[in-house]
Design a protein around this ligand. Sequence first.
Ligand SMILES: Nc1ncnc2c1ncn2[C@@H]1O[C@H](COP(=O)(O)OP(=O)(O)OP(=O)(O)O)[C@@H](O)[C@H]1O
Ligand SMILES: [Mg+2]
Length: 370
Amino acid sequence: MIQVRNLTKRFGAKTAVNNLSFDVQPGLVTGFLGPNGAGKTTTLRAIVGLVRPDAGAVTVNGTNYHDILAPTHEVGALLEAKAYHPGRRARDHLVALAQASRIPNRRVDEVLGLVGLADAGKRKAGTFSLGMAQRLGIAAALLGDPPVLLLDEPVNGLDPEGIVWVRTLMQALAAEGRTVLVSSHLMSEMALTATHVVVIGRGKLIADSSIEELVRASSGSRVRLRTPLAGALVPHLLAAGGTVQPGDDGALMVSGLEPDAVGDIAFKAQAPVHELARLEASLEEAFMELTQEDSEFRAQGVTGAPAARQGWGAAARGGADGAGAPAGTGTGGQAGAWPGAPAGDGAPAGTSAPPAQGWPAARQGWSGPA
Ligand SMILES: Nc1ncnc2c1ncn2[C@@H]1O[C@H](COP(=O)(O)OP(=O)(O)OP(=O)(O)O)[C@@H](O)[C@H]1O
Ligand SMILES: [Mg+2]
């Protein structure tokens, strides 16, 4: 287990890590995520004593790294793939590390085989591609068979087969009860690899939760409902606090309500349900939403969250006039454009019915009372 407590690290005027606290539990892969410059590498370096904190502390299995008697056997770390002498053969690099920690050469050959470099051991490490260097770095981290592993972007530069291999390896190591903390920028990969994630931005903690919770909490998660009485149902969904957008095939895409609630509302409104499903946001969407404010470096013109999603969140709720529809979409309208829509003004007070002319081009959707 790794415990990071109120960790702060400044480089001159720059606060790289700011009062950061989190635990990394054994037995599962924990993803360490954050935009460029968020402080991930600095935190990982602090865990293995390569960065001296300005405040706070980090312990590995209850001990400060500097007080661990045989660190290679306690913590394995891949922080910099090409941290080797380029003129040294790969195997000799590992032998040197092994000898410093009284690890037998047989373990060197074992880890070379484990990372798929058995045939490349005699090559000078300086001739290695980035992917091979990552493999060598992982071999070095595994040398002492440590119960705690820190990997800073281990899949960087790996080919698809290599990515699957690292994923399987990390999961297998965690399943053996080890503590595995891995940073990555590849959200789709993290979604497949990690069970838990710690998200930081500008050195501060943004989220510390299971991937499942994180994704579920994202406003990108929504419920898809197909009913022939969509028009009649929309006002009820809005009144219950949901935000509704049209799906491509006439289905309703509802955010802000759980599937159970949507089903119950449809039942009460006597709208036959032909399809009801929860559509989860991707980890990438959840990540973008969480870190929007905390990305230091962003290309101009790129807003962070996918533009198509902007109508979904709470920000889109409620027009300035309180009618509920986003500006420019028109409110009220003739709900008759919707099959089964109630005649006249059937919408609950403070909500708006879909306009007669179909959905607005911007597809910003409709939302309930602000
Ligand atoms: N040795 C250093 N001297 C000065 N500033 C540093 C040093 N190391 C890191 N920083 C700064 O601290 C901040 C955090 O850097 P860090 O490398 O920890 O971020 P990161 O989350 O690993 O980013 P990336 O995703 O790009 O790898 C950055 O602004 C970086 O410029
Ligand atoms: Mg980094």
